[in-house]
Design a protein around this ligand. Structure first.
Ligand SMILES: Cc1ncc(COP(=O)(O)O)c(C=O)c1O
Length: 353
């Protein structure tokens, strides 16, 4: 099934149980195998699928010093008779290559990424939750393993793919507070890369937002603190007067695969989509004028998470719930239908395992 040569060593002590598979919290348990591939001397080695195990590291791998660490997140969906499909692994691969370039890391080859995912899902397919809406969440990761202290790109890296069974993600409304102290990204920075440091830098903001009774922060731009960028760990879209408005990808926003998929389906449905700058003031003004029909976070985990409360400084609004026939909700339903195989995959997004 794969043009790539992958050495597979199966575990002799499988941990799979129905309870682990069907009831573990998101990211709480990994499947029995991981794919590992090391880069050294200017080229990638032979990938191997091996039992999930602790891995030795030099005491101070370069990722710990200078932060060359990137990752991806995507899902495999069940198909009848123990089959599975992976959603848009090519898009996640393209984004990982962009992250590699930004972080001065060697590029992960497409066959290693895509065929590696397909092979790993095939080996651990029995970990697919047997519950409605269950999926396998795939986490490709790459980090610098070089053993040195000089500030320079590492000469050694590890690429691995691990996987978790996850249940259906029913998101209630997400409450956000516009962040005023910290910034996630700024022009010329790493905001468009899925690098570990972006997440490390955002944890304190998330923690402080949660202490204030919100789920996460609404990230504003790093210069004027005025333009809406992202909803915590998701992209964001507003429905204003029948048009879906979402911040344009400007180098400081992570180009989400869900965002791209939802916008594509909206355009297919003939819904006007406006990718442009949108200020926090415009959001509050649209709410006051009665034209704000709702907003949603867009990301792999939830697909579409409706935004509930939104706070900026001393003003706060409760956004209207997204109606089932609102454009974003309809696009989300269509996306689920494609993933579950009840609607045709006209864009060629599904990759058979
Ligand atoms: C900062 C950030 N923005 C947006 C997204 C949504 O991206 P995707 O739709 O590819 O999951 C993510 C998801 O991981 C994220 O971490």
């Amino acid at each position: 099934m794969s043009s790539l040569s992958i050495c597979v060593t199966r575990t002799t002590t499988p941990r799979l149980t129905d309870a682990l598979r069907d009831t573990s919290p998101f990211g709480g348990v990994f499947t029995d195998h991981v794919l590992v591939c090391d880069y050294a001397d200017g080229h990638w080695g032979t990938p191997a699928i091996v039992p999930y195990h602790d891995m030795p590291l030099v005491p101070g791998p370069l990722v710990a010093h200078y932060g060359q660490g990137i990752f991806e997140g995507l899902k495999a969906y069940p198909r009848a008779n123990t089959g599975a499909v992976v959603f848009r692994p090519d898009a996640n691969h393209r984004r990982m290559v962009q992250s590699c370039r930004r972080m001065a890391m060697p590029e992960v080859p497409a066959d290693l990424f895509i065929d590696g995912i397909r092979a790993l899902v095939a080996v651990d397919r029995q970990w697919m939750p047997a519950i409605l809406g269950g999926t396998l969440y795939l986490r490709p990761v790459m980090f610098a393993t070089g053993d040195a202290l000089g500030v320079r790109p590492s000469d050694r890296y590890r690429f691995l793919i691990e996987m978790c069974p996850v249940g259906a993600y029913f998101s209630g409304a997400v409450d956000l507070v516009a962040e005023e102290t910290y910034v996630r990204a700024f022009p010329g920075g790493t905001g468009a890369a899925k690098c570990a440091g972006n997440y490390a830098g955002s944890l304190v903001a998330q923690r402080e937002a949660q202490a204030r009774g919100f789920h996460n922060v609404l990230w504003l731009d790093g210069i004027e603190r005025r333009w809406v960028e992202e909803a915590g760990l998701m992209n964001i879209a507003f429905v204003i007067g029948g048009t879906v408005v979402t911040p344009a990808l400007n180098g400081t926003i992570l180009p989400g695969v869900t965002r791209d998929s939802v916008l594509t389906l909206l355009r297919d449905m003939g819904v006007p989509v406006d990718e442009r700058r949108i200020s926090i003031d415009e959001v509050f003004e649209a709410h006051a004028a009665g034209t704000l029909e709702g907003a949603a976070g867009l990301g792999t985990a939830a697909t579409v998470a409706p935004i509930g409360r939104l706070r900026h400084r001393d003003r706060e609004i409760s956004l209207p719930a997204l109606a089932a026939d609102s454009p974003i909700a309809r696009a989300a339903q269509q996306l689920d239908a494609v993933r579950t195989g009840t609607a045709p995959d006209v864009h060629g997004w599904l990759c058979e395992v």
